[in-house]
Design a protein around this ligand. Structure first.
Ligand SMILES: Nc1nc2c(c(=O)[nH]1)N[C@H]1C(S)=C(S)[C@@H](COP(=O)(O)O)O[C@H]1N2
Ligand SMILES: [Mo]
Length: 336
């Protein structure tokens, strides 16, 4: 049973913000909601001249400026659908480490320190180690991938990411013969992440996600370091996040600090919280409803009370040609 809390900050057109409500319900059960307000730090410095309208400049790291020079622009595009305004993509977020409301990540993620950043690679790999972010991504040419992002809460956006195929990075670290899954982990740092020190004890930090190795090797799966022609905004998972466009948004884990090659299917955050509602696969599928709402349609942001901008959800979020073959023989009703 679900208790729905009215929240003034929520978009009225949305009846459902389930991940959020799940945590809200928990807060009624005794966890403290007393969060610590951390105001966003002013961003200084200037980014490259942007290809997109109304893009706020950030504090662009040197390695990103270098990468940008040789970017393969629009390597993948979405035909006939407009790109979500930067403002919406950076102010309507899920990033529970910075709070449960859609506006919390933009308000609070200024406290995240993204430089220096390193990524631990371990498990079934030939080249385990702790890699500095800039070294880790050095061999790969940056690509722009304009992808749909479909949240399990039934809203969606179109976002121009900048990043690299995950496969390129995995090959570099040499997965061993026992590696069958890839597990990803977000930074755990209660000092800079107010959501980790407030009462949301329900999430067993750090946030973790996983993919089957063949899914991870699919060319559509990327690690993103930028968006809208600039580096990632902190609230979108700077400096390194996963983007798997054929799966619900919660698979696209933010601010990654660890990538592990493992033999067994790893436990993941949302599956652990509510296994009847969120599965390991989480492929976008309009014919398999969430237990509490339909997945047949979605609100494409920006969406308002008078123009809800509702559209049909596509199988595998419109990427069936590229990924359907990964799931032949798998019952997608059972493996949701
Ligand atoms: N570490 C971490 N990663 C996360 C989340 C989160 O709360 N913590 N939320 C997920 C969810 S539910 C969605 S829909 C997307 C949202 O990405 P965006 O804010 O960049 O649009 O991030 C995903 N990655
Ligand atoms: Mo989501």
């Amino acid at each position: 049973m679900l208790i729905k809390l009215p929240r003034s900050s929520d978009c009225k057109a949305s009846e459902i913000t389930p991940e959020h409500l799940y945590l809200s319900r928990r807060s009624l059960l005794g966890a403290s909601l007393a969060g610590v307000a951390v105001s966003a730090l002013p961003r200084i410095g200037s980014a490259e001249p942007s290809r997109y309208a109304d893009v706020e400049s950030g504090n662009t790291p040197g390695w990103f400026v270098e990468k940008l020079k040789d970017t393969n622009w629009q390597a993948v595009n979405v035909k006939g659908e407009s790109i979500t305004p930067f403002k919406d993509a950076t102010h309507y977020n899920n990033f529970y480490e910075f709070g449960p409301d859609k506006g919390d990540p933009a308000a609070n993620a200024g406290s995240l320190k993204t430089e220096p950043w390193s990524v631990v690679v371990d498990g079934e790999v030939g080249k385990p180690g702790r890699y500095a972010l800039e070294d880790f991504i050095k061999p790969a040419r940056m690509e722009e991938r304009i992808y749909r992002l479909r949240c399990v809460e039934a809203w969606s956006m179109v976002i121009p990411w900048l990043g690299f195929p995950l496969s390129a990075l995995l090959k570099q670290v040499e997965p061993g013969s026992n590696a069958r899954y890839v597990r990803f982990e977000t930074l755990q740092d209660p000092k800079s992440m107010p959501g980790q020190r407030s009462g949301f004890a329900l999430i067993d930090w750090p946030y973790a996600e996983g993919l089957r190795l063949d899914e991870a090797m699919n060319p559509l799966a990327i690690l993103a370091v930028g968006m809208y022609g600039r580096e990632l905004a902190n609230q979108n998972g700077a400096p390194l996040r996963l983007v798997v466009p054929w799966k619900y948004g919660f698979k696209s884990i933010k601010s990654i600090v660890r990538i592990s090659l493992v033999a067994e299917q790893p436990g993941t955050t949302w599956q652990g919280l509510a296994p009847d509602e969120y599965g390991f696969y989480a492929n976008v599928n309009p014919s398999v409803d969430h237990p509490r709402w339909t997945q047949a349609r979605e609100r494409r942001l920006p969406s308002g009370l008078f123009s809800p901008n509702v559209r049909d959800t596509l199988m595998f979020n419109g990427y069936a040609d590229e990924v359907a073959s990964l799931y032949t023989g798998l019952d997608l009703r059972k493996n949701y």
